[in-house]
Write a protein that binds this ligand. Structure first.
Ligand SMILES: Cc1ncc(COP(=O)(O)O)c(C=O)c1O
Length: 424
């Protein structure tokens, strides 16, 4: 049996395979196959490998911690690996917050919901259409980017409400109009569906990830914060995908002046190891009674050591500034695509970069471009509610020349694919 057959025989089909590559190892920005082919990885395990594969400082930190202990339940005793990393994360968020570690993004979202319900005593949670927050049942109740994620698992958590996200292309509106529309929707929800004093939490991605790398209009986050404050509702930003320097700031919400009650982190947080966290205002965190939440593996010390080493690389190598510069380069190099009728939008913030294809054929075109790019040695990833968006999430330390070449290749590939499309 070849490896594909062995996979099919042994593994559940529920997690779809996106390529037929048999991967041997990764190094820097590249993945290598068992037959010696090299692929530039602009998907980074879905925005996890922020400093590429095999960064020597991350490997060293993992080795050092693995020799000390691989796992200790975090209640066993004090461990500097956890506390060192918690302090380093808090230094990025500002004073007055505390950390709780988990393993995956979905778990961190669960923790945010539970903390908010616990401290407010209110049931309601408001989330946004097109959002992705995970697949465990609580987080899934917030996720709204595909019916197939949700429908087979109904009934989901009660008292969860969705309103549209101010996504201009999705709503076919100008940004200011989209913002006003969403404001009215949310105000109306609080008048007709759930009273504000029954809402514990508003959760949003400051840039929607799975939803298509959607950047909301500037005033959106500050307005939400004001609304939440006015009603004693907690505001949580889900930075699982947009965090850890990817957008040119440590966290995407930091492009605005807001200070959320809860920051949800995952993916790149563990430097390639499984790790997630929430940071919450200390005044809230201190009310979360001991034992009312917990975890066996959360805050694994090896994951924390890898995450801290990664954070230090991001800072020492100025990778947030690099993300800004490379993001600007991407928008410049991809600009010719804006002239194509088949391309709805080219957008990005730092190294969350997206090309959105237009209309009914958009999904098929995105798929074709992905396959053509793979054939040329570049791995990309889909997003968008109809998979009509190609997202680029390269390592923050990708070589500039190599990235520019890949962007130019993407432009040529899209041009060729649209030229080959049947008219109409
Ligand atoms: C914004 C966001 N939140 C939560 C999650 C869930 O994370 P995980 O897959 O680690 O459970 C994801 C995963 O893609 C995500 O992008």
């Amino acid at each position: 049996m070849d490896i594909a057959q062995r996979y099919e025989a042994a593994m559940m089909p529920v997690q779809p395979m996106e390529t037929e590559l048999s991967i041997s190892h990764g190094q820097g920005s590249y993945l290598y196959t068992v037959d010696g082919r090299r692929y530039l990885d602009l998907a980074t395990g879905i925005a996890v490998n922020a400093v590429g594969y095999g960064h020597p400082k991350v490997i060293q930190a993992i080795e050092d911690q693995a020799r000390r202990h691989l796992h200790l339940y975090s209640g066993t005793g004090y461990q500097d690996a956890l506390i060192d990393y918690a302090e380093a994360i808090l230094a990025e968020i500002g004073s007055g917050y505390k950390i709780f570690f988990g393993n995956s993004g979905t778990e961190a979202v669960e923790a945010a919901i539970k903390l908010a319900r616990f401290v407010t005593g209110r049931p309601g949670v408001i989330a946004f259409r097109g959002g992705f927050h995970g697949r465990s049942l609580g987080a899934l109740s917030l996720t709204d980017s595909a019916a197939r994620y949700r429908s087979p698992y109904e009934p989901l958590l009660p008292s969860v409400y969705h309103v549209p996200y101010p996504a201009p292309t999705r709503l076919s509106m100008q940004p200011a109009e989209a913002l006003r529309f969403v404001q009215l929707q949310l105000e109306s929800l609080l008048e007709t569906d759930i009273a504000p004093d029954r809402v514990a939490l508003i959760v949003l991605e400051p840039i929607q990830g799975e939803g298509g790398y959607v950047i909301p209009p500037d005033g959106f986050l500050p307005w939400l914060q004001e609304l939440a404050n006015a009603h004693g509702i907690l505001l949580a930003v889900d930075e699982v995908q947009s965090g850890m320097g990817r957008t040119g700031r440590m966290f995407a919400y930091q492009h605005t002046a807001i200070s959320p009650d809860i920051v949800i982190m995952g993916k790149a947080l563990g430097g390639g190891m499984p790790l997630s966290a929430i940071a919450a205002r200390a005044a809230l965190a201190n009310q979360w009674a001991p034992g009312s939440h917990g975890t066996t593996f959360g805050g694994n010390p090896v994951s924390c050591a890898a995450g801290l080493a990664t954070l230090q690389v991001i800072k020492d190598e100025n990778l947030m500034a690099q993300s800004d510069r490379l993001g600007a380069l991407a928008l410049e190099r991809l600009a010719p695509l804006r002239r194509l009728e088949a391309v709805r939008d080219v957008r990005g913030r730092g190294l969350m970069v997206a090309v959105e294809f237009a209309g009914e054929a958009g999904g098929a075109l995105a798929q074709r471009v992905m396959e053509d790019m793979l054939a040329e040695g570049v791995i990309l990833h889909m997003a968008g509610l109809r998979h009509e968006v190609i997202r680029l999430m390269p390592p923050l330390n990708i070589d500039k020349e190599r990235f520019a070449q890949a962007l130019d290749l993407l432009v040529r590939t899209v041009m060729a694919a649209t030229a080959a499309q049947p008219a109409g």
